[in-house]
Design a binder for this molecule. Structure first.
Ligand SMILES: [Zn+2]
Length: 282
């Protein structure tokens, strides 16, 4: 059973995007992590599901000391944190750690279950040696989302906040003390996308954590327009998610897809009704 789980959640296919950057593709091709190497150290963006074999895989790619950092705390990005002694993340990610999905593995059995959660902030820069990566706080899909701007290479890594298939914009799991208000998350997403758009001369390609990568900068325009059209009331609402696994995970059919151009959100229908009841006519 465990072997089958490792095969499902921990089979990594890696390739070089350039001489010092790797895409680590897994989950049958649908999920990506990234490894960025400088002259002194390397940055691993996300840690997978916790299959226990990621560190070994990464060490085959680079001999540099590796700093893992999280795009956000959801389990499919944070499960493998315990393979390292220290992981960089936003405080919101530390509060969200291991949420959104059920654990396929016992992460307390990883070598460093009490790993240091080293908190970072918007604007911090990770110096890899000849390669500096700026951290941008872009929380909307989660309570602690980071983008990583590698200006030297022209790459922007965005986690789950922007992608070609869909961005989840509903409460995937109740976090104690935090109420999910769709209006706040949509406005935050719109602000974040405008901020990334304002800096688009600093990168050429965008790398999401799921589905296709890299993707064109034009997806930023689509997501900015999507939120604007949700508020204008003319975004396309699809009752079917058109996503096999998401539909299986939503037996009560609470979710719908809202689309504009190449952008779409999964939202809770009740949240959308509330939004339209309270905001659309203002
Ligand atoms: Zn997520």
């Amino acid at each position: 059973m465990e072997e089958k789980l490792v095969e499902t959640f921990g089979s990594y296919l890696s390739w070089k995007l350039d001489e010092h950057t790797w895409i680590l593709n897994f989950m049958g091709g649908s999920q990506n992590m990234y490894l960025l190497e400088g002259t002194d150290r390397a940055l691993l963006i996300d840690t997978g599901w916790g299959a226990g074999n990621l560190r070994e895989h990464v060490q085959r790619l680079t001999a540099k000391p590796v700093i893992p950092a999280l795009t956000h705390g959801h389990l499919d990005h944070s499960g493998g944190c315990g393979e390292w002694e220290c992981v960089l993340m936003l405080s919101g990610a530390a509060a969200d750690l291991y949420t959104c999905h059920r654990l396929p593995f016992d992460v307390s059995a990883l070598p460093h279950p009490d790993f240091e959660r080293r908190l970072v902030q918007d604007g911090d820069v990770i110096d890899l040696g000849g390669r500096r990566v700026e951290l941008l706080h872009i929380s909307a899909h989660s309570n602690g989302s980071l983008a990583f701007l590698d200006r030297d290479s022209g790459y922007l890594f965005v986690g789950d906040e922007l992608e070609s298939a869909q961005v989840l914009m509903y409460e995937t799991e109740k976090i104690p003390g935090i109420d999910f208000v769709l209006d706040e998350h949509l406005r935050a997403h719109h602000r974040n996308m405008l901020r990334l758009k304002a800096r688009e001369s600093e990168y050429q390609l965008i790398f999401p954590a799921h589905n296709g990568a890299p993707i064109a900068r034009s997806y930023l325009d689509d997501y900015i327009a999507l939120t604007e059209h949700i508020y204008a009331g003319d975004a396309k609402i699809e009752d079917q998610l058109h996503h096999k696994y998401a539909e299986a995970g939503d037996p009560e059919h609470k979710l719908c897809r809202v689309r504009w151009g190449g952008a779409s959100f999964f939202v809770n229908k009740a949240d959308l009704m509330q939004l339209y009841g309270s905001n659309l006519l203002q």
